[in-house]
Design a protein around this ligand. Structure first.
Ligand SMILES: [Zn+2]
Length: 50
C-alpha cells in the first residue's frame, strides 16, 4: 500500500502574490489572504524555524 497524501499527480493551483519580506513577486500554492504574510520560497526557508 502506498501512502496517499491526496492530490498527488494533480498540479496545484498557484496564486500570484508579493513576498512580505523581499517584495518580490512569487507564486504560492494557496490563496493569499490579506491578513497573513506571504513569503517567497527563499524567505519561507528563513521563516521555517517559527
Ligand atoms: Zn521573499
Amino acid at each position: 500500500m502506498a501512502f496517499n497524501r491526496g492530490g498527488f499527480g494533480k498540479p496545484r493551483e498557484m496564486h500570484k502574490a508579493v513576498c512580505s519580506e523581499c517584495k518580490q513577486e512569487c507564486e504560492v500554492p494557496f490563496k493569499p489572504s490579506g491578513d497573513r504574510p506571504v513569503f517567497c520560497r527563499d524567505c519561507f526557508q528563513k521563516h521555517k524555524k517559527f
